[in-house]
Design a protein around this ligand. Structure first.
Ligand code: PAF
Length: 296
């Protein structure tokens, strides 16, 4: 593994790799790596000759200053984790850790991307400018790393739809590889934000996945709206029924059941016959916003 900070150095390494005909895989991250990220890197190492892992907390995708400030930055531990992967020794791996100036040498880009209906639901209206900020940095990473394949985790389900749309707009011949969520043994979806949960909140958080799994079973015999309502009610009343520590509560921001590709809310299961249905949730717990999904 080699760490690269300068964009020009990454460009030179990529040009050399291209001359040798190597296939490049890109794993964009914001650092604070966990097993979920490592699973993306491992897959990229299996499927490509050279892998670029970017670790960059992208300021322009945060619409909340406090969230940006609180975002965990653990670069030394991240590099050690990547280096510990057995395949990372066998294959070429570049860990790209640019500064903000290196990433945006002309200052913060003013480019704005629009993605139509896929960004008008769920995260889109609640985090104005977020997906455009993601698209700007991902495009910059595409330009620098020139990957054949790019790997994204399905926990950020809507982000995958946005990147799919970005690729259609910019027409880069890059294969988008969505990768399954990695969960802790108790079912909680791994996320860099889990580090911010108090021990009590961490102990309560697996109820999110447990509720979604039960919802998937209910989908066999209940209507879409009933399943939606049940998920929201179950989490909202969790603290009353389970006598939660310190009065901790789940505060769901949304739970939507949507078409797996168009991300449009469905009214009946038949509406998602072609692409399948996915339930997407954002829920606050102890001041931390957690997201998760379930496939129906
Ligand atoms: O999913 C993330 O961690 C980020 O949104 C990404 C794709 C690395 C862009 O900053």
């Amino acid at each position: 593994m080699k760490q690269i900070v300068k964009a020009a150095e990454l460009t030179a390494a990529i040009e050399e790799a291209k001359k040798q005909g190597l296939e490049i895989g890109l794993v964009p991250t914001m650092g604070a790596l966990h097993q979920g990220h490592l699973s993306l890197i491992e897959r990229a190492l299996k499927e490509n000759d050279l892998v670029v892992v970017s670790l960059f907390v992208n300021p322009i995708q945060f619409n909340n200053k406090e969230d940006l400030e609180k975002y965990p930055r653990t670069i030394e531990a991240d590099l050690a984790l990547i280096a510990s992967l057995p395949q990372a020794r066998a294959k070429e791996l570049l860990a790209f850790t640019p500064t903000v100036d290196e990433m945006y040498p002309q200052g913060e880009p003013k480019d704005v991307y629009h993605f139509g209906p896929v960004e008008e639901v769920m995260e889109g209206p609640r985090r104005p400018g977020h997906f455009s900020g993601v698209a700007v940095v991902v495009r910059r990473l595409f330009d620098l790393a020139q990957p054949r394949r790019a790997y994204f985790g399905e926990k950020d389900y809507q982000q995958i739809a946005v990147i799919r749309s970005l690729l259609e707009q910019i027409k880069y011949p890059i294969e988008l590889v969505p990768c399954p969520i990695v969960r802790a043994d108790d079912g909680l979806a791994l996320s860099s934000r889990n580090m911010r949960l108090s021990p009590e909140a961490r102990a309560m958080a697996p109820a999110i996945n447990a509720t979604l799994e039960q919802a998937a079973e209910m989908a066999e015999y209940e209507e879409v709206d009933d399943v939606k309502e049940w998920v929201l009610d179950t989490l909202s009343s969790y603290h009353e029924i389970n006598d939660s520590p310190n009065g901790l509560k789940f505060e769901p921001e949304y739970f939507e059941i949507v078409d797996a590709i168009t991300l449009q809310p469905i009214a009946s299961w038949a509406d998602a016959e072609k692409n399948g249905a996915v339930g997407c949730i954002a829920v606050w717990l102890d001041g931390v916003r957690l997201i998760d999904i379930v496939k129906f």
